[in-house]
Design a protein around this ligand. Sequence first.
Ligand SMILES: [Zn+2]
Length: 561
Amino acid sequence: MLNLPPAFAEVKPPEPHDADVRAAYDGLFTSIDDGSPVDHELLSRWETVRRSVDTWTAWARLRYQQDTRDAGRVADRKRSDEVSTLTTELNAAIKMRLLDPTRRDAAAALVGEGALALWRADCAAFDPAITEALVEESRLTSEYTALLASAEIPFDGEVLDLVTIGKPAVGPDRDTRERASRARWTWFDAHRARLDANFGELVALRDGMAHALGLPDYTELGYLQMQRVDYDRNDVERFRAEVRRRVVPLAARLREEQRQSLGVDTLMSWDEAVDDPAGSPELIGGAEGLAAGGQRAFDGLDDEIAAFYRMMNERGYVDLGARPGKAGGGFCTWLADHKVPFVYCAGNGTDGDVRTLVHEFGHAFQVWSSRNIKLTDTVWPTYEGAEIHSMGLEFLAWPTMDEFFGGEADRFRRGHLVRALCFIPYGVAVDHFQHLVYERPEATPAERHAMWQEMERTYLPWRDYGDMPHASDGGFWQRQRHIFRSPFYYIDYTLAQTCALQLWARSLDDHPGTMAAYRELCTLGGTQPFQSLCASAGLTSPFAEGCLDGVVARAEEWLAR
Ligand SMILES: [Zn+2]
């Protein structure tokens, strides 16, 4: 492997200063406006400044996650938001200039039509006239986040929050699960008015922004903000119809099997997370064994990914496990100047750590494979495309799961497949709900709760909350953060899962051939829009009729074996 990155400990990107950043962009604006050729030299000047800023912001955000108690890192994190806001605006001004009819052909020759389509979406979604509304939107979403983060939930003599209440809510004891679930929904019920008001303001604001931009409704703007350049709401509606026809009946059968295996009269909402009465499969060596297990697994899977995994670990670009001050969750970030990703997982020694590790390495391997793509905008695909690499690798890594779980690997594989299938109806319910909401922005809070209940009847017909406060009254959606914070970002997971399941089904027949197609897909990055990426890997687009037939039939067969 040539051009290895420096060890992570030696990476100390320079902090960007607004005046310098502005001066660099002003130089670019002047060059373009004065008629300088749209060529590699111009592109490389632009990339130099934006990559330098991106590298520092990614590094600062990562270092904050690694120790949220460090005051210096907290300050850097805040500063990274400010500088990102500045460069988003400055980059949009460059894109706008390059899309001008006098320059667009030269720009297309330089960066490809795919990039221009992304830029057009970015420019159509922004106008200085909505700047104030965007700031207000950010204030409202922060208010929602802060409200949820402030939750204090009394439970069994302790005070828990919305994260820590999650553990007893999915634990092995049914009574504890129900009580934890009740404690959580009681908190939501007590804050119903504030949550309704916050969301009502967000909907009105978003609807207003769409009209200010001359768009018919917020759904149109939401799609532009998500850079969906090769499909629209009609395609998504067709996909949801396929899910209703093909996946909802299967998920209902799987829930019935789950009810029987748990030995309960009625599967209640607090039972759904327990997909195996025998508990989760045990991770060999616990949290400490995860990194070594990953090496053994990738060694057995693919030479290129194994070498990449070794390099990442040796050079310090992986942070696994939990420690005081380290924030939860898992993600993969990208240090553009060093052309290297970083994989972050705050694991707790359970089977979920394996899924997170493999998932994030899927993202990391994609961006590593795309590291020599010249234009920042096309190094990563848009979200639905990017999740194919991560969710796809989770399935492609199946044969190596024995390295983590030994004799329990098959139980892990089964749980993974069942969860993947059952997630799809929930994911499209979240998406469909948002279409209903923005179609009728004037709806009252009670009408919105009724819309969600209609979604539950359509996509999750088994769902039973009993007399649980709030949730039994149509309020479940208020805990789905994407609905408040990242509108229309959800269908992406279900589209990617549909593609990942196709990779899984193919790999059962031809694992080496499917791995080769996967590696090839990873090199494309975001140079093509979603459906072209699917086609290039031989995947049926989720928007094609019958797209789910093959994978659902294969899953039914595998589960019945
Ligand atoms: Zn992901």
